[in-house]
Design a protein. Structure first.
Lengths: 222, 222
DNA sequence: ATGATTAAAAAAATCGATTATTGTGGCGGA
DNA sequence: TCCGCCACAATAATCGATTTTTTTAATCAT
């Protein structure tokens, strides 16, 4: 466990934020869709204020588009944006991984092994639900965690979220899935071996494969 | 003029957001200060809802810290964060400038010259008010605008805002000020000459000088 | 038909009041 | 004196109702 020191107690607004974020990442809403606030209000059983506060946060974060006097909508998916997000992921995650490998300590190694193990167990099971998603996110987060830059981590996380909207457009073929799973294991090996060059190459390959997959799905859906 | 195509009409919430953002960048609030919502409500003559929505957005953007059930506070200033922000600025703005120089067209050249000219005129006058800040921001924005990555531009803007909280901690000596002004002109020359290598070196020097200045101010204020 | 005009409906934004939570100060007991 | 407990005050969060704006639909003139 990443032993976080006590998040601030949940509030209606933060609860809705977390729920909506998940649903936006999982593709529960259609791209470009306009959000019907009253329907949401009813669905989650909250008042307008906390709901609107959550929507405002999501818009500032980039998971919604806010048009004054016209409410909120789910951002469209565009091929060029997927390419943009991917290019930046390559740069930023490559950068972060190198620094993480240089700076990560023994605790990091332990946490990385743990995160990889949990993910591998989830890989094995045929079902890939929310739990796998959580573990997968957690693995990648752990991988770059000790890079030393809070802002870099923040941006990477934001890009991950954006990328997920494309990645989760459809299911993955078992063969590709295995390759990606395998890469997670190799990333751990290279990280523990402190092989920054090979690790960076691998994370770039990893992101690239995911990109190509997401691109195919996007084109199919368009 | 950058001829933006009609922003969506202003709303109470977006108005307050813009005002508070400016005030947060200019150092109007003390670092670490807790925001008294009722005082703000009175000061800007708005209701709670639009005010809180603006605060939520600012928190998601990183200009405020939100603690559930404890309202909002201005983030503390920390030396390591300034260093973090600066490191990332070096990477991201360097990257963006290279790409902008490769991809910028004739319109960009024209706009860049225009932005530089307006800034130079403002440099000349002894007073450096909000207007100079606006032109300065606009110059740097124009410089990297055609880099081709919306997300990169977004992150750079966000880092600029964060950096400003440190930069505007105090006034600049005339001598250093002149050097920075001079660099703006040189950046234009190098951009027009499509000298990516030298331009990147210069923007890095520019950011570094600003960093050293900001660091001194921070240490004095601490 | 087409396009402009406007009345009605729907939706977004805002307000003022209520509820829930946190912070504060006093009091009593160790 | 110091700590824990409680009541009270202050603040944050939420609610339901109201106001404003946009969207839709219908009417009329060209």
């Amino acid at each position: 466990m990443t032993a976080r020191t006590q998040e601030s107690p949940e509030t209606g607004s933060s609860r809705i934020y977390a729920i909506l974020r998940k649903e936006l990442l999982s593709g529960h809403f259609a791209a470009g869709e306009k959000l019907a606030i009253n329907a949401l209000r009813e669905r989650y059983q909250v008042g307008l204020s906390p709901l609107r506060e959550a929507l405002n946060r999501l818009a500032a974060y980039g998971l919604l588009v806010q048009e004054n006097q016209r409410g909120f909508r789910v951002p469209a998916l565009r091929r060029e944006e997927l390419e943009d997000i991917t290019r930046l992921r390559l740069e930023l995650e490559g950068m972060a991984l190198e620094q993480a490998i240089e700076q990560g300590d023994a605790d990091w190694e332990a946490e990385l092994l743990a995160a990889a193990h949990r993910l591998k167990r989830a890989d094995a099971s045929t079902e890939r639900g929310e739990e796998w998603e959580r573990l997968h996110t957690q693995f990648h987060r752990t991988l770059v965690a000790p890079c030393g830059s809070q802002w870099l981590l923040r941006f990477i996380e934001q890009l991950h979220d954006q990328f997920d909207r494309y990645r989760r457009l459809g299911a993955t073929l078992a063969s590709v899935r295995e390759e990606l799973d395998e890469q997670h294991q190799q990333l751990v090996s290279l990280a523990l071996a402190r092989d920054t060059v090979a690790a960076r190459r691998l994370i770039e390959a990893h992101v690239t494969i995911s990109f190509e997959l997401a691109l195919k799905r996007f084109q199919r859906s368009a």
